[in-house]
Design a binder for this molecule. Structure first.
Ligand SMILES: NC(=O)C1=CN([C@@H]2O[C@H](COP(=O)(O)OP(=O)(O)OC[C@H]3O[C@@H](n4cnc5c(N)ncnc54)[C@H](O)[C@@H]3O)[C@@H](O)[C@H]2O)C=CC1
Ligand SMILES: N[C@@H](CC=O)C(=O)O
Ligand code: NA
Length: 433
Protein backbone atom coordinates (compact mmCIF):
# COMPACT_ATOMS: atom_id res chain seq x y z
CA UNK A 1 0.00 0.00 0.00
CA UNK A 2 1.45 3.39 -0.94
CA UNK A 3 -1.38 5.67 0.07
CA UNK A 4 0.63 8.41 1.78
CA UNK A 5 1.11 11.86 0.27
CA UNK A 6 4.02 11.86 -2.19
CA UNK A 7 7.44 12.76 -0.76
CA UNK A 8 8.85 15.35 -3.16
CA UNK A 9 12.56 15.13 -3.89
CA UNK A 10 14.94 17.76 -5.27
CA UNK A 11 18.02 16.22 -6.86
CA UNK A 12 21.03 18.56 -6.96
CA UNK A 13 23.66 17.39 -9.45
CA UNK A 14 23.31 14.73 -12.09
CA UNK A 15 26.85 13.48 -12.74
CA UNK A 16 28.28 10.01 -12.03
CA UNK A 17 26.20 9.37 -8.91
CA UNK A 18 23.24 11.70 -9.53
CA UNK A 19 22.44 10.18 -12.93
CA UNK A 20 22.28 6.70 -11.35
CA UNK A 21 20.05 7.99 -8.56
CA UNK A 22 17.70 9.56 -11.15
CA UNK A 23 17.66 6.31 -13.15
CA UNK A 24 16.95 4.04 -10.17
CA UNK A 25 14.37 6.42 -8.71
CA UNK A 26 12.47 6.28 -11.99
CA UNK A 27 12.95 2.57 -12.73
CA UNK A 28 12.09 1.40 -9.21
CA UNK A 29 9.41 3.99 -8.41
CA UNK A 30 6.77 1.43 -7.41
CA UNK A 31 9.03 -0.61 -5.16
CA UNK A 32 10.49 2.47 -3.47
CA UNK A 33 6.97 3.79 -2.86
CA UNK A 34 5.97 0.49 -1.28
CA UNK A 35 9.01 0.55 1.00
CA UNK A 36 8.71 4.22 1.96
CA UNK A 37 4.93 4.11 2.46
CA UNK A 38 4.34 6.87 -0.09
CA UNK A 39 5.45 7.69 -3.63
CA UNK A 40 8.98 9.12 -3.71
CA UNK A 41 8.59 11.70 -6.46
CA UNK A 42 11.40 13.40 -8.31
CA UNK A 43 10.19 17.03 -8.29
CA UNK A 44 13.21 18.64 -9.95
CA UNK A 45 16.80 18.07 -11.01
CA UNK A 46 19.35 20.88 -10.77
CA UNK A 47 22.07 20.59 -13.39
CA UNK A 48 24.64 23.08 -14.56
CA UNK A 49 23.48 23.13 -18.20
CA UNK A 50 19.92 21.79 -18.76
CA UNK A 51 20.43 21.69 -22.56
CA UNK A 52 23.14 19.04 -22.13
CA UNK A 53 20.86 16.35 -20.67
CA UNK A 54 18.56 15.00 -23.43
CA UNK A 55 18.32 11.70 -21.50
CA UNK A 56 16.53 13.30 -18.52
CA UNK A 57 12.84 14.38 -18.28
CA UNK A 58 13.14 17.93 -19.61
CA UNK A 59 10.31 19.37 -17.50
CA UNK A 60 12.25 18.50 -14.32
CA UNK A 61 15.50 20.23 -15.26
CA UNK A 62 16.63 23.56 -13.89
CA UNK A 63 19.92 25.38 -13.54
CA UNK A 64 18.58 27.16 -10.45
CA UNK A 65 19.56 24.84 -7.59
CA UNK A 66 18.81 27.46 -4.91
CA UNK A 67 15.32 27.98 -6.37
CA UNK A 68 14.68 24.24 -6.43
CA UNK A 69 15.70 23.94 -2.77
CA UNK A 70 13.32 26.79 -1.89
CA UNK A 71 10.43 25.23 -3.84
CA UNK A 72 7.78 22.92 -2.44
CA UNK A 73 10.07 19.88 -1.87
CA UNK A 74 10.39 17.65 1.21
CA UNK A 75 13.84 16.18 0.68
CA UNK A 76 17.01 17.53 -0.92
CA UNK A 77 19.46 14.98 -2.34
CA UNK A 78 22.80 16.69 -2.89
CA UNK A 79 25.22 15.08 -5.36
CA UNK A 80 27.22 18.06 -6.59
CA UNK A 81 30.14 17.97 -4.15
CA UNK A 82 32.45 20.63 -2.68
CA UNK A 83 31.75 23.16 0.06
CA UNK A 84 30.20 26.31 -1.42
CA UNK A 85 27.56 27.00 -2.67
CA UNK A 86 26.26 23.61 -1.54
CA UNK A 87 26.70 24.34 2.19
CA UNK A 88 24.38 27.36 2.01
CA UNK A 89 21.71 25.45 0.08
CA UNK A 90 21.71 22.53 2.49
CA UNK A 91 21.58 24.80 5.55
CA UNK A 92 18.63 26.64 3.99
CA UNK A 93 16.86 23.35 3.32
CA UNK A 94 17.45 21.96 6.83
CA UNK A 95 16.39 25.21 8.51
CA UNK A 96 13.09 24.93 6.68
CA UNK A 97 12.64 21.38 8.01
CA UNK A 98 13.49 19.64 4.72
CA UNK A 99 15.46 16.44 5.06
CA UNK A 100 18.87 16.20 3.39
CA UNK A 101 20.62 13.19 1.88
CA UNK A 102 24.17 13.80 0.72
CA UNK A 103 27.29 11.90 -0.37
CA UNK A 104 29.46 14.96 0.20
CA UNK A 105 32.24 13.91 2.56
CA UNK A 106 34.27 17.07 1.88
CA UNK A 107 31.40 19.17 3.25
CA UNK A 108 30.46 16.85 6.12
CA UNK A 109 34.02 16.51 7.37
CA UNK A 110 34.21 20.27 7.94
CA UNK A 111 30.62 21.38 8.61
CA UNK A 112 28.92 18.38 10.13
CA UNK A 113 28.30 20.18 13.42
CA UNK A 114 26.68 23.19 11.74
CA UNK A 115 24.53 21.02 9.46
CA UNK A 116 23.51 18.70 12.33
CA UNK A 117 22.54 21.65 14.53
CA UNK A 118 20.40 23.06 11.72
CA UNK A 119 18.77 19.65 11.24
CA UNK A 120 18.16 19.20 14.97
CA UNK A 121 16.63 22.61 15.55
CA UNK A 122 14.18 22.17 12.66
CA UNK A 123 13.50 18.47 13.34
CA UNK A 124 14.82 17.44 9.93
CA UNK A 125 16.89 14.41 8.92
CA UNK A 126 20.50 14.51 7.74
CA UNK A 127 21.61 11.20 6.19
CA UNK A 128 24.94 10.54 4.49
CA UNK A 129 25.62 6.79 4.13
CA UNK A 130 27.13 7.26 0.66
CA UNK A 131 29.76 9.69 1.97
CA UNK A 132 31.96 6.89 3.36
CA UNK A 133 32.74 3.59 1.64
CA UNK A 134 30.16 4.03 -1.15
CA UNK A 135 27.66 1.18 -1.22
CA UNK A 136 28.81 -0.41 2.04
CA UNK A 137 26.34 0.02 4.89
CA UNK A 138 28.82 1.38 7.42
CA UNK A 139 27.61 4.67 8.88
CA UNK A 140 24.18 3.35 9.82
CA UNK A 141 25.74 0.40 11.69
CA UNK A 142 28.02 2.85 13.51
CA UNK A 143 25.21 5.30 14.31
CA UNK A 144 22.54 2.73 15.13
CA UNK A 145 23.51 -0.94 15.39
CA UNK A 146 26.62 -0.24 17.50
CA UNK A 147 25.11 2.61 19.54
CA UNK A 148 25.08 0.33 22.59
CA UNK A 149 28.71 -0.75 22.30
CA UNK A 150 32.07 0.94 22.91
CA UNK A 151 34.07 1.17 19.70
CA UNK A 152 37.84 1.13 20.10
CA UNK A 153 39.12 1.14 16.52
CA UNK A 154 37.97 1.69 12.95
CA UNK A 155 40.54 0.86 10.28
CA UNK A 156 40.26 0.28 6.59
CA UNK A 157 40.49 1.11 2.93
CA UNK A 158 38.07 3.98 2.29
CA UNK A 159 39.28 5.40 -1.01
CA UNK A 160 38.53 3.38 -4.13
CA UNK A 161 40.72 5.38 -6.51
CA UNK A 162 43.94 4.97 -4.55
CA UNK A 163 43.18 1.32 -3.89
CA UNK A 164 42.63 0.85 -7.62
CA UNK A 165 46.04 2.44 -8.30
CA UNK A 166 47.94 0.56 -5.57
CA UNK A 167 46.35 -2.76 -6.58
CA UNK A 168 47.41 -2.21 -10.20
CA UNK A 169 50.96 -1.21 -9.18
CA UNK A 170 51.19 -4.35 -7.04
CA UNK A 171 49.68 -6.87 -9.46
CA UNK A 172 50.59 -5.70 -12.97
CA UNK A 173 53.20 -3.04 -12.28
CA UNK A 174 50.97 -0.58 -14.20
CA UNK A 175 52.02 3.07 -14.11
CA UNK A 176 50.49 5.57 -11.71
CA UNK A 177 49.28 8.15 -14.25
CA UNK A 178 47.56 5.73 -16.63
CA UNK A 179 45.80 3.93 -13.77
CA UNK A 180 44.56 7.23 -12.32
CA UNK A 181 43.18 8.15 -15.73
CA UNK A 182 41.28 4.87 -15.84
CA UNK A 183 39.91 5.43 -12.31
CA UNK A 184 38.55 8.80 -13.47
CA UNK A 185 37.04 7.25 -16.60
CA UNK A 186 35.30 4.62 -14.46
CA UNK A 187 33.77 7.31 -12.23
CA UNK A 188 35.76 6.46 -9.11
CA UNK A 189 37.90 9.59 -8.81
CA UNK A 190 36.76 12.94 -7.45
CA UNK A 191 36.25 15.84 -9.88
CA UNK A 192 39.75 16.92 -8.80
CA UNK A 193 41.58 13.58 -8.35
CA UNK A 194 44.29 15.16 -6.19
CA UNK A 195 41.65 14.84 -3.45
CA UNK A 196 42.06 11.08 -3.85
CA UNK A 197 45.79 10.68 -4.41
CA UNK A 198 46.82 13.21 -1.75
CA UNK A 199 44.61 11.55 0.85
CA UNK A 200 42.13 14.43 1.36
CA UNK A 201 39.15 12.25 0.46
CA UNK A 202 40.21 9.46 2.83
CA UNK A 203 40.97 12.01 5.57
CA UNK A 204 37.46 13.48 5.21
CA UNK A 205 36.03 9.97 5.55
CA UNK A 206 38.27 9.26 8.56
CA UNK A 207 36.92 12.41 10.24
CA UNK A 208 33.34 11.23 9.67
CA UNK A 209 34.14 7.72 10.92
CA UNK A 210 35.97 8.96 14.03
CA UNK A 211 33.14 11.38 14.87
CA UNK A 212 30.52 8.64 14.69
CA UNK A 213 32.60 5.89 16.31
CA UNK A 214 33.79 7.96 19.25
CA UNK A 215 30.79 10.30 19.71
CA UNK A 216 33.05 13.32 19.28
CA UNK A 217 33.53 16.09 16.77
CA UNK A 218 36.51 15.31 14.55
CA UNK A 219 37.08 17.41 11.44
CA UNK A 220 39.25 16.74 8.38
CA UNK A 221 41.92 19.12 9.68
CA UNK A 222 42.26 16.94 12.82
CA UNK A 223 43.26 13.96 10.69
CA UNK A 224 46.93 13.31 9.95
CA UNK A 225 47.08 12.92 6.17
CA UNK A 226 49.58 11.43 3.74
CA UNK A 227 48.63 10.38 0.21
CA UNK A 228 50.11 7.83 -2.17
CA UNK A 229 52.23 10.30 -4.16
CA UNK A 230 55.39 9.17 -2.38
CA UNK A 231 54.74 5.44 -2.80
CA UNK A 232 57.33 4.26 -5.31
CA UNK A 233 57.60 1.04 -7.26
CA UNK A 234 60.54 0.31 -4.96
CA UNK A 235 58.25 0.50 -1.90
CA UNK A 236 55.88 -1.94 -3.59
CA UNK A 237 58.78 -4.28 -4.43
CA UNK A 238 60.23 -3.98 -0.90
CA UNK A 239 56.83 -4.87 0.53
CA UNK A 240 56.50 -7.85 -1.83
CA UNK A 241 59.94 -9.14 -0.91
CA UNK A 242 58.82 -9.23 2.73
CA UNK A 243 55.47 -10.89 2.03
CA UNK A 244 53.60 -7.61 2.45
CA UNK A 245 51.61 -5.21 0.29
CA UNK A 246 51.00 -1.47 0.42
CA UNK A 247 47.56 0.00 1.13
CA UNK A 248 46.31 3.50 1.94
CA UNK A 249 44.51 3.09 5.24
CA UNK A 250 42.32 5.31 7.38
CA UNK A 251 42.95 4.45 11.03
CA UNK A 252 40.80 5.88 13.83
CA UNK A 253 41.58 4.74 17.36
CA UNK A 254 40.49 5.39 20.88
CA UNK A 255 43.78 5.94 22.74
CA UNK A 256 43.92 5.63 26.53
CA UNK A 257 46.83 7.35 28.28
CA UNK A 258 48.55 5.97 31.40
CA UNK A 259 46.45 8.28 33.58
CA UNK A 260 43.28 6.84 32.04
CA UNK A 261 42.35 9.89 29.96
CA UNK A 262 41.05 9.08 26.51
CA UNK A 263 41.64 10.73 23.17
CA UNK A 264 41.07 10.01 19.51
CA UNK A 265 43.78 9.37 16.95
CA UNK A 266 42.75 9.71 13.31
CA UNK A 267 45.19 9.28 10.45
CA UNK A 268 45.44 8.39 6.78
CA UNK A 269 48.70 7.16 5.29
CA UNK A 270 50.17 4.30 3.25
CA UNK A 271 51.01 1.20 5.27
CA UNK A 272 52.58 -2.17 4.67
CA UNK A 273 50.36 -5.05 5.69
CA UNK A 274 51.03 -8.80 5.49
CA UNK A 275 49.74 -10.33 2.25
CA UNK A 276 47.69 -12.75 4.37
CA UNK A 277 45.80 -9.90 6.08
CA UNK A 278 42.15 -9.61 4.94
CA UNK A 279 42.72 -6.00 3.80
CA UNK A 280 45.55 -7.14 1.49
CA UNK A 281 43.15 -8.99 -0.79
CA UNK A 282 40.83 -5.98 -1.20
CA UNK A 283 41.51 -5.02 -4.82
CA UNK A 284 40.39 -2.43 -7.36
CA UNK A 285 37.93 0.22 -6.17
CA UNK A 286 36.62 -2.02 -3.39
CA UNK A 287 36.68 -0.76 0.18
CA UNK A 288 36.87 -2.72 3.43
CA UNK A 289 36.65 -1.45 6.98
CA UNK A 290 37.31 -3.24 10.28
CA UNK A 291 35.49 -2.06 13.37
CA UNK A 292 36.55 -3.23 16.82
CA UNK A 293 34.15 -2.83 19.72
CA UNK A 294 34.31 -4.04 23.33
CA UNK A 295 31.29 -6.33 23.23
CA UNK A 296 30.93 -7.06 19.51
CA UNK A 297 34.61 -7.85 18.96
CA UNK A 298 35.86 -7.48 15.39
CA UNK A 299 33.52 -6.70 12.49
CA UNK A 300 34.43 -6.34 8.82
CA UNK A 301 32.51 -4.37 6.21
CA UNK A 302 33.35 -4.97 2.56
CA UNK A 303 32.01 -3.86 -0.83
CA UNK A 304 32.17 -1.36 -3.65
CA UNK A 305 33.45 1.95 -2.33
CA UNK A 306 33.07 4.08 -5.44
CA UNK A 307 31.27 4.33 -8.76
CA UNK A 308 27.87 5.61 -9.85
CA UNK A 309 25.52 2.70 -9.20
CA UNK A 310 27.09 1.44 -5.94
CA UNK A 311 27.06 4.94 -4.47
CA UNK A 312 23.50 5.48 -5.69
CA UNK A 313 22.47 2.35 -3.77
CA UNK A 314 23.51 4.01 -0.50
CA UNK A 315 21.84 7.30 -1.49
CA UNK A 316 18.55 5.53 -2.27
CA UNK A 317 18.71 3.60 1.01
CA UNK A 318 18.94 6.94 2.82
CA UNK A 319 16.20 8.41 0.68
CA UNK A 320 13.80 5.60 1.55
CA UNK A 321 14.72 6.02 5.24
CA UNK A 322 14.05 9.78 5.31
CA UNK A 323 10.87 9.36 3.24
CA UNK A 324 9.68 6.69 5.70
CA UNK A 325 10.44 9.01 8.62
CA UNK A 326 8.32 11.71 7.02
CA UNK A 327 5.48 9.33 6.30
CA UNK A 328 5.50 7.91 9.83
CA UNK A 329 6.34 11.18 11.56
CA UNK A 330 9.64 10.08 13.15
CA UNK A 331 13.27 11.11 12.83
CA UNK A 332 16.57 9.35 12.28
CA UNK A 333 19.43 9.54 14.78
CA UNK A 334 20.73 12.98 15.71
CA UNK A 335 24.37 13.92 15.97
CA UNK A 336 25.96 12.16 18.95
CA UNK A 337 29.02 14.10 20.16
CA UNK A 338 28.56 13.78 23.93
CA UNK A 339 31.96 12.16 24.57
CA UNK A 340 33.79 15.21 23.14
CA UNK A 341 37.15 13.39 23.13
CA UNK A 342 40.17 15.52 22.20
CA UNK A 343 42.27 14.60 19.16
CA UNK A 344 45.72 13.23 19.86
CA UNK A 345 48.56 14.70 17.76
CA UNK A 346 50.14 12.27 15.27
CA UNK A 347 53.57 12.58 16.93
CA UNK A 348 52.18 11.01 20.12
CA UNK A 349 50.32 8.24 18.31
CA UNK A 350 51.94 4.80 18.66
CA UNK A 351 52.93 3.39 15.24
CA UNK A 352 55.41 0.88 13.83
CA UNK A 353 57.88 1.53 11.01
CA UNK A 354 59.42 -0.54 8.26
CA UNK A 355 62.77 1.03 7.26
CA UNK A 356 64.85 -0.18 4.33
CA UNK A 357 68.44 1.12 4.10
CA UNK A 358 71.43 0.79 1.80
CA UNK A 359 74.42 0.75 4.16
CA UNK A 360 78.18 0.26 3.94
CA UNK A 361 79.05 -3.42 4.04
CA UNK A 362 81.50 -3.52 6.93
CA UNK A 363 81.53 -4.80 10.50
CA UNK A 364 79.76 -2.76 13.17
CA UNK A 365 77.28 -0.96 10.88
CA UNK A 366 74.26 -2.83 12.17
CA UNK A 367 75.28 -2.04 15.75
CA UNK A 368 75.68 1.67 14.90
CA UNK A 369 72.25 1.80 13.29
CA UNK A 370 70.66 -0.14 16.15
CA UNK A 371 72.22 2.34 18.59
CA UNK A 372 70.29 5.23 17.00
CA UNK A 373 67.01 3.34 17.40
CA UNK A 374 67.85 2.67 21.04
CA UNK A 375 68.78 6.30 21.64
CA UNK A 376 65.25 7.29 20.59
CA UNK A 377 63.77 4.56 22.77
CA UNK A 378 62.54 2.68 19.71
CA UNK A 379 62.67 -1.07 20.05
CA UNK A 380 63.49 -3.21 17.00
CA UNK A 381 61.22 -6.19 16.22
CA UNK A 382 63.06 -7.70 13.24
CA UNK A 383 66.17 -7.12 11.13
CA UNK A 384 67.06 -8.56 7.74
CA UNK A 385 70.42 -8.01 6.08
CA UNK A 386 71.51 -8.88 2.55
CA UNK A 387 75.04 -8.29 1.26
CA UNK A 388 75.78 -6.82 -2.11
CA UNK A 389 79.24 -6.04 -3.65
CA UNK A 390 80.19 -3.02 -1.59
CA UNK A 391 76.92 -2.18 0.15
CA UNK A 392 74.39 -4.10 2.19
CA UNK A 393 70.65 -3.85 2.29
CA UNK A 394 69.27 -3.57 5.80
CA UNK A 395 65.58 -3.92 6.55
CA UNK A 396 64.36 -3.04 10.04
CA UNK A 397 60.86 -3.39 11.45
CA UNK A 398 60.19 -1.71 14.79
CA UNK A 399 57.85 -2.35 17.67
CA UNK A 400 55.24 0.31 18.53
CA UNK A 401 56.71 3.71 19.43
CA UNK A 402 55.44 7.30 19.32
CA UNK A 403 55.40 8.36 15.68
CA UNK A 404 57.57 11.42 16.45
CA UNK A 405 60.30 9.17 17.91
CA UNK A 406 60.25 6.98 14.81
CA UNK A 407 60.41 10.00 12.53
CA UNK A 408 63.36 11.46 14.46
CA UNK A 409 65.14 8.08 14.33
CA UNK A 410 64.82 7.87 10.56
CA UNK A 411 66.01 11.45 10.15
CA UNK A 412 69.12 10.79 12.22
CA UNK A 413 69.87 7.53 10.44
CA UNK A 414 69.63 9.30 7.09
CA UNK A 415 72.53 11.55 8.17
CA UNK A 416 74.90 8.72 9.16
CA UNK A 417 78.02 8.26 7.01
CA UNK A 418 77.54 4.49 6.91
CA UNK A 419 74.01 4.89 5.52
CA UNK A 420 74.20 5.45 1.76
CA UNK A 421 70.46 5.76 1.25
CA UNK A 422 67.19 5.49 3.16
CA UNK A 423 65.43 3.54 0.43
CA UNK A 424 61.97 3.10 1.89
CA UNK A 425 60.17 4.13 5.05
CA UNK A 426 56.63 3.02 5.69
CA UNK A 427 54.38 2.35 8.64
CA UNK A 428 53.37 -1.24 9.35
CA UNK A 429 49.94 -2.48 10.46
CA UNK A 430 48.17 -5.76 10.93
CA UNK A 431 50.83 -7.93 12.53
CA UNK A 432 51.93 -8.78 16.05
CA UNK A 433 53.53 -5.90 17.86
N1 LIG B 1 31.80 9.01 -7.75
C1 LIG B 1 31.85 8.27 -6.66
O1 LIG B 1 32.26 7.10 -6.69
C2 LIG B 1 31.42 8.83 -5.35
C3 LIG B 1 31.12 10.16 -5.18
N2 LIG B 1 30.76 10.63 -3.96
C4 LIG B 1 30.40 12.03 -3.79
O2 LIG B 1 29.20 12.27 -4.50
C5 LIG B 1 29.18 13.60 -4.97
C6 LIG B 1 28.99 13.59 -6.47
O3 LIG B 1 30.04 12.88 -7.05
P1 LIG B 1 30.07 12.50 -8.61
O4 LIG B 1 28.71 12.18 -9.07
O5 LIG B 1 31.14 11.51 -8.75
O6 LIG B 1 30.55 13.89 -9.22
P2 LIG B 1 30.34 14.42 -10.71
O7 LIG B 1 31.36 15.48 -10.92
O8 LIG B 1 30.25 13.31 -11.67
O9 LIG B 1 28.89 15.08 -10.61
C7 LIG B 1 28.62 16.33 -10.04
C8 LIG B 1 27.65 17.04 -10.94
O10 LIG B 1 27.24 18.25 -10.33
C9 LIG B 1 27.09 19.21 -11.36
N3 LIG B 1 27.08 20.58 -10.81
C10 LIG B 1 28.14 21.33 -10.44
N4 LIG B 1 27.71 22.53 -10.00
C11 LIG B 1 26.36 22.52 -10.11
C12 LIG B 1 25.35 23.48 -9.84
N5 LIG B 1 25.65 24.68 -9.35
N6 LIG B 1 24.07 23.16 -10.07
C13 LIG B 1 23.75 21.95 -10.57
N7 LIG B 1 24.66 20.98 -10.87
C14 LIG B 1 25.96 21.29 -10.62
C15 LIG B 1 28.24 18.94 -12.29
O11 LIG B 1 28.00 19.50 -13.58
C16 LIG B 1 28.25 17.41 -12.31
O12 LIG B 1 27.43 16.90 -13.33
C17 LIG B 1 30.49 14.24 -4.50
O13 LIG B 1 30.28 14.85 -3.26
C18 LIG B 1 31.40 13.03 -4.32
O14 LIG B 1 32.43 13.26 -3.40
C19 LIG B 1 30.64 9.81 -2.86
C20 LIG B 1 30.93 8.49 -2.97
C21 LIG B 1 31.36 7.89 -4.21
N1 LIG C 1 36.74 9.30 -5.09
C1 LIG C 1 36.18 8.44 -4.09
C2 LIG C 1 34.76 8.14 -4.41
C3 LIG C 1 34.04 7.54 -3.30
O1 LIG C 1 33.96 8.07 -2.19
C4 LIG C 1 36.97 7.14 -4.05
O2 LIG C 1 37.78 6.92 -4.94
O3 LIG C 1 36.78 6.40 -3.09
NA1 NA D 1 28.55 3.70 2.86
Amino acid sequence: MTEGKAVKVALLGCGTVGSEVARLLTEQADELAARAGAPVELAGIAVRRPGKHPELPQHLLTSDAAGLVESDVDVVVELIGGIEPVRGWLLAALRKGKSVVTANKALLSEYSAELSEAADSAGADLYFEAAVAGAIPLLRPLRESLAGDRITKVMGIVNGTTNFILSAMDSTGAGYAETLEEASRLGYAEADPTADVDGYDAAAKAAILASLAFHSRVTASDVHREGIGEVSSFDIAAAKALGRTVKLLAICERVTADDGTESVSARVHPVMIPRGHPLASVGGAFNAVFVEADAAGELMFYGQGAGGAPTASAVLGDLVAVARNRVLGGRGPRESAHAALPVRPMGQTPTRYHVSLDVADRPGVLAQVAHVFAAHDVSIAAVRQRDRTSTASLVIVTHLAPDAALEATVEEIGKMDVVHEVVSVMRVEGEDQ
